[in-house]
Ligand binder design. Structure first.
Ligand SMILES: Cc1cc2nc3c(=O)[nH]c(=O)nc-3n(C[C@H](O)[C@H](O)[C@H](O)COP(=O)(O)O)c2cc1C
Ligand SMILES: C=C(O[C@@H]1CC(C(=O)O)=C[C@@H](OP(=O)(O)O)[C@H]1O)C(=O)O
Length: 325
């Protein structure tokens, strides 16, 4: 079982083309009102349908199978399941041996001695993020009041002008190609004092969860990599009062691994979707040769489009882990 966390402990399971995907959450306090409707807004942000998203359509209806009684959490582990209904497993008949470049097919084959489920990427599919987003919804309910998330895509295919994102997506799709992007999550109202240095610093837990998200290849807080090119006089955040309010926020709301009361600012870089429509040369175990592969399946042109709410869930789950009930 894949397990993460301390105070808010997750076990995620499932495969893209198996019957279900799900998550069990331990550490949810008793007495929190919860219903299937609470999940809809965030699940809708992850659902496909917009330009550049996978044509695979799933209703994503959460089935709460444990930890809930009379509309209230019981304090026992909360388990949420989602059915996989729109699967075209025949699309993956070849990739079990003719591995897609930059997807997990080859590493999964070796890591699990060829017993992995290759259909739709199996356990490595972003399909699992439906359950992760559901856990994010529960995490948000556990956070202190006044915490507000603002998550947006700041870059697609190198373009930083949101008015041109659609054009960039069209051009990539027309070329049967894909593009990467940058997702920025800002969180206001986070109290000073969350984080457990040394190892469970606020940055560590957030980054741990972000790197669990398929296709995330970079994470930065505040000025991040740009800060490495500044001088201390430019990057330092002058303190304005005893509460720790700062004039600038190059730290991204975290000092010494502890939230400092200012806005948390974190960015995740996602790579271009590995499955593209163009023919590519790649190793085929069936013939022991590098041969042209045409990938089937139904794929996102840009992972960032549906990934923004996944990034937000990662931040919410990390913060929930610092709160002891
Ligand atoms: C929301 C989301 C949607 C994704 N959609 C696709 C997709 O349609 N096709 C694909 O090949 N990869 C997709 N990915 C990325 C792959 O799942 C990921 O690249 C793969 O599991 C390998 O993991 P890695 O990129 O972290 O090494 C998606 C990722 C996310 C977060
Ligand atoms: C199903 C989802 O996304 C899938 C993520 C994914 C991948 O390789 O990560 C590949 C595609 O799977 P398929 O070829 O079976 O359509 C996407 O559709 C989802 O996010 O719910």
């Amino acid at each position: 079982m894949n397990i993460f966390g301390h105070n808010f402990r997750l076990a995620i399971w499932g495969e893209s083309h198996g019957p279900q995907i799900g998550i069990s959450i331990d550490g949810v306090p008793a007495g929190i009102p919860l219903s299937a409707e609470d999940f809809e807004a965030d699940l809708a942000r992850r659902r496909s349908g917009a330009r550049g998203t996978t044509p695979r359509r799933e209703p994503d209806i959460p089935q709460i199978v444990s930890g809930l009684y009379n509309g209230m959490t019981t304090g026992a582990p909360l388990t949420i399941e989602f059915a996989n209904t729109d699967t075209h497993s025949q699309d993956y008949a070849t990739v079990a041996r003719h591995y897609r470049p930059s997807h997990a097919d080859l590493v999964a084959y070796h890591r699990f001695n060829g017993f992995n489920d290759p259909r739709g990427g199996g356990h490595f599919s972003a399909r699992l993020t439906v359950a992760f987003v559901a856990a994010g919804v529960v995490a948000k309910k556990m956070l202190p009041p006044g915490i507000a998330f603002d998550t947006r895509i700041t870059e697609i295919g190198g373009c930083t002008d949101p008015a041109r994102f659609d054009e960039v997506l069209r051009a990539a799709a027309a070329d049967r190609d894909s593009v990467g992007g940058i997702i920025e999550c800002r969180v206001q109202g986070v109290p000073l004092g969350l984080g457990q240095p040394f190892f469970d610093s606020a940055e560590s837990l957030i980054a741990h969860l972000l790197f669990a998200v398929p296709a995330v290849k970079g994470v930065e807080f505040g000025s991040g990599f740009a800060g490495a090119r500044m001088r201390g006089s430019q990057n330092n955040d002058p303190l304005l009062d005893v509460e720790g309010t700062t004039a600038t926020n190059n730290a991204g709301g975290i000092n010494g691994g502890i939230t400092n009361g200012n806005e948390i600012v974190v960015r995740a870089a996602v790579k271009p979707t590995p499955s593209i429509g163009r023919e590519q040369n790649t190793y085929n175990l069936a013939t022991d040769k590098v041969e042209p592969l045409t990938i089937r399946g139904r794929h996102d042109v840009c992972v960032a489009l549906r990934g923004a709410v996944v990034v937000e869930a990662a931040v919410a789950i990390a913060l929930a882990n610092f709160i002891r009930h």
